[in-house]
Design a protein around this ligand. Structure first.
Ligand SMILES: Nc1ncnc2c1ncn2[C@@H]1O[C@H](COP(=O)(O)OP(=O)(O)OP(=O)(O)O)[C@@H](O)[C@H]1O
Length: 544
């Protein structure tokens, strides 16, 4: 019998109601297969889904993927596309009593439990991006998953309810799913219910770039489906990917364009941004333009000056070696809040009132009446003026009395402590940081958020994962990151965990290229790295 193609193999599993895992390299068409599987289910099971109020759940991690999937299924309401948190929350919020019982028990096991004993009645529970405050009924992202797992473990009825509402659950980019979620999906939901619930995982263990992801998954309930095609990348790019990943040999399949690959070391130019300028000049002479090329910057210090957020970055460096990473990952209260302010202004500028209401809803203020709209327009106009000319402190002061967004508790705490006396050393350092960033021009926040959103693969909102571009230029400066070090990875001298993270990130970036790939190192490589880099880029031009 002829070997089934991936889609046919997936259909066979769906019809037999068995769970499966599609594992394949970059550009193999996993997302395409996922969409085709959704279309198949919509055409073959529509009557059943509609008659019984059921939906297919499709879990994604990035907005790019969510938009792409929704577009391709014409936003059919029989498919619930969203994050794992949205999906789980939509289920567990219907059980507030049981949830509160679990919260009490969960709280007792936390390293810093809250005192919930004095509460007269359980609060209304809400799931929020603003972090956990159990006494006010607020649970965080991570809590949603942990509590869901506890709920299904203690209330088997809930498993029946979930599996009957969602007879099929797909996960795109499964490698970024947390181990707890995988536990929930495979050990509790897969195969459960009258019509066994099917879990379909689609992804690539080597594209795991977040620390919290599960990576490779093997489970006896999953039928493995693998493929070795690469429909996206040109042949020379596939050659680079195959060098990076000896255990998976991909073939360039389909009608790819002829491609080109470049490795820029440019050691005759002083280290720093000038090496990038030199590479850009060479690429420009080969018709690589800003329109047909995407720059992925695995760097920020060297280029920060030209991108105009050097002072802000410097303040985060003062916080310690993780400071710059925290800034980029928005893993610090001020930058989290400032990013929200930026998102709000962007939504207003784009007249995206759904997004605007959503963002304001996080601050518990909703747009309801016409007069509210006038108040909001006025507040945003005032904010825009201060954003353009003021400091971060000016914007924070304005926002403290603004109807736009509630100031998060974490930022309020830090603002309060700024002027407090008798602080211990840690809080004193925090207070210095708060006072110092207040003095930085707010324009640097605008620059840094644009940089995070558009030019780096780190943002979960706009990450490049799952995306593809005609030409990709990967710019590497290892001198600041603590999470990744591409040079040491190439030299084989880094710790195994960071080597894996760096290799995966590099693989994800390089594999976004349809036609051309250029990798630019703006600093000297460590000993031993160049030979590997040259070997990997043997299919292209090396610019020494
Ligand atoms: N069977 C196919 N024939 C031709 N082109 C295809 C096929 N499947 C996918 N493609 C094209 O190949 C490219 C990559 O597909 P897709 O994004 O689905 O891959 P992926 O495996 O999800 O990639 P990644 O994991 O790298 O994000 C897309 O441009 C898609 O349109």
């Amino acid at each position: 019998m002829a070997r089934l193609n991936t889609f046919e193999a997936v259909v066979e599993e769906l019809d037999a109601r068995r769970s499966f895992l599609v594992e394949a390299g970059a550009g193999a068409g996993k997302t395409t297969d996922l969409v085709r599987a959704l279309q198949y289910l919509l055409s073959h099971r529509r009557t059943d889904l509609e008659a019984n109020g059921r939906q297919i759940a499709c879990i994604t991690y990035t907005n790019v993927a969510k938009k792409k999937i929704l577009e391709r299924i014409s936003a059919d309401p029989l498919v619930a596309v969203g994050t794992i948190h949205e999906f789980l929350w939509s289920v567990i919020q219907a059980y507030p009593r049981e949830l509160w019982q679990q919260i009490l028990d969960y709280n007792a096991n936390l390293s810093k439990p809250e005192d919930l004993t004095e509460m007269a009645a359980p609060p209304v529970i809400e799931y929020s991006d603003r972090g956990r405050k159990l006494s006010e009924g607020r649970i965080s992202h991570d809590d949603v998953i942990a509590l869901s797992l506890r709920l299904v473990a203690t209330h088997p009825k809930l498993i029946r309810i979930i599996t009957s509402k969602y007879p099929v659950i797909f996960v795109d980019e499964y490698q970024d799913t947390s181990p707890k979620t995988i536990d929930l999906l495979l050990n509790h939901l897969a195969g459960a219910g009258k019509e066994p619930c099917v879990i379909g995982l689609f992804g690539d263990s080597m594209q795991k770039i977040y620390r919290s992801g599960v990576g490779a998954v093997r489970h006896d309930k999953l039928t493995p489906i693998t493929k070795t095609e690469n429909y996206r990348c040109s042949r020379p790019v596939v050659d680079v990917l195959n060098k990076m990943r000896l255990e998976l040999r991909q073939q360039a399949s389909g009608n790819q364009q002829k491609g080109e690959v470049h490795l820029f070391l440019n050691t005759d130019v002083p280290p720093g941004p000038r090496r990038l300028d030199a590479a850009r000049a060479t690429l420009a002479s080969r018709d690589w333009t800003l329109e047909n090329s995407k720059y992925l910057l695995l760097t920020h210090r060297g280029i920060a000056g030209t991108l105009e957020y050097a002072n802000l970055l410097e303040q985060y460096r003062q916080l310690g070696s993780h400071g710059p990473d925290d800034l980029m990952a928005r893993n610090e209260p001020y930058i989290q809040y400032l990013t929200q302010i930026e998102a709000l202004c962007a939504a207003y500028q784009e007249r995206d009132f759904v997004e605007l209401t959503d963002l304001m809803g996080q601050g518990k203020r909703r747009i309801t009446r016409h007069t509210d709209k006038r108040i909001i327009s006025k507040a945003i106009r005032e904010l825009d003026t201060v954003r353009a000319t003021g400091t971060i402190g000016d914007v924070l002061d304005l926002m403290a009395g603004s109807p736009l967004l509630a100031v998060p508790g974490t930022v309020k705490d830090r603002e309060r402590r700024r002027t407090a006396a008798d602080l211990d050393e840690r809080h004193k350092r925090q207070a210095d940081f708060s006072n110092n960033i207040r003095g930085v021009s707010y324009r640097e926040v605008i620059s840094v958020t644009r940089f995070i959103d558009e030019l780096t693969p780190f943002s979960t909102q706009h990450g490049v994962k799952g995306d593809e571009f005609e030409n990709v230029v990967v710019v590497i400066d290892d001198s600041v990151w603590t999470m990744y070090n591409i040079g040491k990875m190439l030299a084989g001298t880094d710790k195994p965990e960071r080597t894996e993270r760096s290799r995966n990130l590099f693989y994800v970036c390089c594999s976004r290229a349809r036609r051309g790939l250029a990798v630019v190192f703006i600093n000297d490589l460590p000993d031993g790295a160049e030979a590997t880099a040259r070997d990997w880029f043997a299919s292209g031009a090396v610019h020494p």
